[in-house]
Design a binder for this molecule. Structure first.
Ligand SMILES: Cc1ncc(COP(=O)(O)O)c(C=O)c1O
Length: 460
């Protein structure tokens, strides 16, 4: 093999120049199209028939590979940022954030260490500091952008347990046989999954009838399990309903008990940006760690979670990896993002949010979040007025859960499949307390009241 042939995938050649142009053209067309389809999943047999085997010894060539993606694979992927994608928690990245995501990929940026990525780390840390101040955390709070809320929660809880272990040891107390994590029975599944990974016990505390966990219920768990409790999780916006736990009453228990308060705000903590919702989050300022996902309501592309520690040193002590070849990085007092979570190599995944924030300013974010909160209240009022619909709970943030009177699970499934088949909307069935329902999770400022009422009309 010649040097030229070994380098043909990397070198700037006419073929590669053409390929880059084609891919950027595709990205530009997709970003600037006013009628991006919702699209839908395709059975594997159909994909096999249409796309066939795409990996071969000789390669398809850039034009053919891109064509397979554009015409066969992409249409078999839902557009999660579509204004009528209203299920789970959607995505709604800004134009600036999407465009800059391309730059992050194009630039060979590494975000794990100050030595290799100081400029990127500086920018990411600016965003984390701004978020921390919005959440009422003290100056000096900081952390790192990780892949998603699941990794953010796990990393925070590992730091919490490490801190508890140190505190007990320093106080000359015995370590518990089993550490205990306390959270609401309605906390996100990722928290229970973190406990499984960490091999700790979970005490699921029942929330009130409104879905919110309260201090008095948490107190009982703290009294029962004492020093074994290494962390209490409060949710700042549950996934199914957007319910915010009574964080203030849980945080107040810190005056009597020694525990790490973690706020899982993956979806909802963004609402603190709006004066319409800020008061609901009283108590967050006492948190030891928080997470919020920019790929949810902070309008960044997949995948990014901002993990913020009140005292980042607790994160660093728990997570810094040590190895001979890493000492040159970790022996220095510089800020190395990889030291604050379960990851080493990292893309500076906070940069798309940084660029969008730097471009538009924080007020644009506040306005967009306020608009969504307002739209949610309007559509909830509309649902409450239609006699064939029942609002399951008054929405606190931007999730509206409702039932169609008289429908069973199969009715919801048929209706939902029809909506997607017609490319009208992606709204899937859900349930609460054993009763089937459906929900709108709204985070996209391009979603309109008329689009939502149009979907309600299809249930009449
Ligand atoms: C409250 C909450 N926590 C954690 C997660 C997990 O986040 P991710 O899917 O980014 O891992 C979610 C996801 O929807 C969530 O809503």
């Amino acid at each position: 093999m010649t040097e030229t042939s070994a380098a043909r995938m990397h070198a700037i050649t006419p073929e590669n120049t053409q390929l880059v142009g084609n891919v950027l053209d595709y990205a530009r067309r997709r970003m600037l199209s006013t009628d991006v389809p919702l699209d839908k999943p395709m059975p594997e047999a159909d994909l096999r028939r249409l796309a066939g085997s795409t990996i071969s010894a000789e390669g398809l060539g850039g034009a053919r590979a891109l064509s397979v993606f554009e015409h066969i694979l992409a249409p078999a992927c839902l557009t999660t940022s579509h204004p009528q994608y209203l299920s789970f928690i959607p995505a709604a990245p800004t134009m600036a954030a999407i465009a800059f995501d391309l730059v992050v990929s194009a630039s060979g940026l590494y975000g794990g260490s100050w030595m290799e990525g100081s400029g990127a780390v500086y920018a990411e840390n600016e965003v984390l500091a701004w978020l921390a101040s919005e959440f009422g955390l003290p100056a000096g709070a900081g952390g790192v952008f990780v892949q998603g809320g699941t990794i953010g929660n796990l990393s925070a809880l590992v730091a919490a347990r490490d801190t508890a272990r140190r505190a007990l040891t320093e106080a000359g107390k015995p370590l518990p046989e089993r550490f205990v994590l306390v959270c609401s029975a309605e906390a996100h599944s990722s928290n229970k999954s973190a406990a499984k990974v960490m091999d700790v016990d979970v005490v699921l505390v029942p929330p009130g009838a409104d879905g919110a966990l309260r201090g008095d219920a948490v107190r009982a768990a703290l009294e029962e399990h004492g020093d074994a409790v290494f962390a209490v999780i409060a949710t700042g916006g549950s996934t199914n309903f957007g319910v915010v736990d009574d964080i203030a009453s849980i945080a107040a228990l810190k005056d009597e008990f020694d525990f790490w308060l973690h706020i899982d705000g993956a979806y909802g903590l963004t609402a603190m940006l709006s004066p319409l919702a800020r008061d609901r989050f009283a108590g967050v300022e006492r948190a030891d760690s928080v997470i919020v996902d920019p790929h949810k309501w902070l309008f960044a592309p997949f995948d990014a979670c901002a993990l913020i520690y009140r005292d980042p040193e607790n994160g660093r002590r728990a997570h810094t990896q040590h190895a001979e070849y890493l000492d040159t990085l970790t022996d220095k007092p510089e800020y190395n993002p990889s030291d604050y979570s379960i990851q080493l190599t990292r893309r500076p995944r906070g940069l798309p949010l940084w660029f969008s924030l730097a471009t538009h300013g924080t007020e644009a974010y506040r306005d967009a979040v306020t608009h969504i909160l307002d739209l949610t209240q309007r559509i909830a009022a509309e649902i409450a007025e239609r006699e064939y619909l029942t609002l399951v709970r008054d929405p606190q943030l931007s999730v509206v859960v409702f039932e169609r009177v008289g429908w069973d699970r199969d009715d919801y499934e048929r209706w939902s499949a029809g909506l997607l088949e017609d490319q009208r909307a992606f709204v899937v069935p859900s349930s609460h307390g054993g009763r089937p329902n459906t929900r709108f999770a709204i985070i996209n400022p391009l979603t309109t009241f008329e689009q939502l009422t149009g979907i309600l009309d299809t249930m009449a």
